[in-house]
Design a binder for this molecule. Structure first.
Ligand SMILES: [Zn+2]
Ligand SMILES: [Zn+2]
Length: 287
């Protein structure tokens, strides 16, 4: 029996669209093996796409209630996509630990701050990206990218999550503007060091399909798959769904690309343990 899973998805507690329960019902409709809910964790700033701090208790309670409600139909896992901002938030923050997650997704969205103290989100609208790049890094994309990877390595070292979310997200606007060539040595060195550290820390690296339909981009994409294969990095395929119907968006295509690169196993949470299973374009082989 082949089916999919998804450990990275949002809902209307943050910038996802639709109720949490709608995602669970859709996962059942799709015949998925399990579903993890991972809204953006609250951050100590005013940001309109993360969960507001006052909603965290209700979020936790709702997932716990839905876990029980759907126990006979599908395992529902409680998670958060947690940012790493030095001295501000990480998976080790008290409010994250108190949520008693089944697993965590750790992602870098913020790279330092504007002069007025606003954090710079690197995957927001183009205008915000350009103004942060100009104001904080004097327009130097290499410096900004090195800082992104530095923060990410710091997260892996000091507050490792279960899953590393979209670890090369910094290429999002690079693909639009062509600031640098992703085959340059300095860039590939950062990629390799990140993957080495993730492996050393037993962190699963996500293959994020969110933008495969809109931008034709995977985070990371086929250009990196040979590293994943050579280093035998543990992976899992996630869609980072912000709509319930996108829970397995691009999975077949992505699985085929991974198989083509010689990657045939992914890590899945089953009965409380992360275990390796074989997969192909039709799904993961659970038996
Ligand atoms: Zn993210
Ligand atoms: Zn996300």
């Amino acid at each position: 029996m082949r089916s999919w899973t998804n450990y990275h998805g949002h809902c209307n507690y943050c910038d996802g669209r639709g109720e949490m329960e709608a995602y669970i019902k859709k996962a059942i409709e799709y015949g998925m093996k399990n579903i993890g809910i991972s809204s953006h964790a609250p951050v100590p700033f005013n940001v309109d796409w993360t969960m507001s701090p006052g909603k965290l208790n209700a979020y936790v309670n709702e997932i716990d209630a839905l876990k029980a409600k759907y126990a006979d139909e599908i395992p529902v896992y409680k998670s958060l996509e947690v940012d790493y901002i030095p001295n501000a938030i990480s998976v080790n923050s008290a409010h994250i630990r108190n949520a008693q997650l089944d697993y965590s997704v750790g992602s870098i969205h913020f790279v330092d701050f504007f002069k007025d103290g606003t954090p710079w989100a690197i995957d927001g609208p183009v205008d915000e990206f350009k103004s942060g790049l100009d104001e904080i890094f004097a327009g130097d994309m290499k410096a900004a990218t090195l800082r992104f990877f530095q923060l990410q390595k710091e997260m892996l070292d000091q507050a490792p999550p279960t899953i590393l979310g979209h670890f090369d997200k910094m290429k999002m606007h690079n693909r639009t503007f062509g600031f640098f060539n992703e085959e340059e040595d300095w860039y590939l060195k950062e990629v390799k060091e990140t993957l080495d550290l993730a492996q050393e820390k037993n962190v699963i690296v996500e293959i994020n399909t969110k933008a495969i339909g809109s931008l034709g981009v995977l985070y990371p994409g086929p250009e990196i798959f040979s590293f994943l294969k050579d280093k035998n990095v543990p992976i899992t395929i996630n869609s980072d769904a912000h709509d319930d119907y996108k829970l397995v968006l691009g999975f077949a295509e992505t699985a085929q690309l991974l198989n083509d690169a010689g990657i045939t196993q992914c890590f899945e949470l089953l009965n409380g343990d992360w275990q390796a299973f074989s997969f192909n374009k039709d799904g993961i082989f659970f038996d």
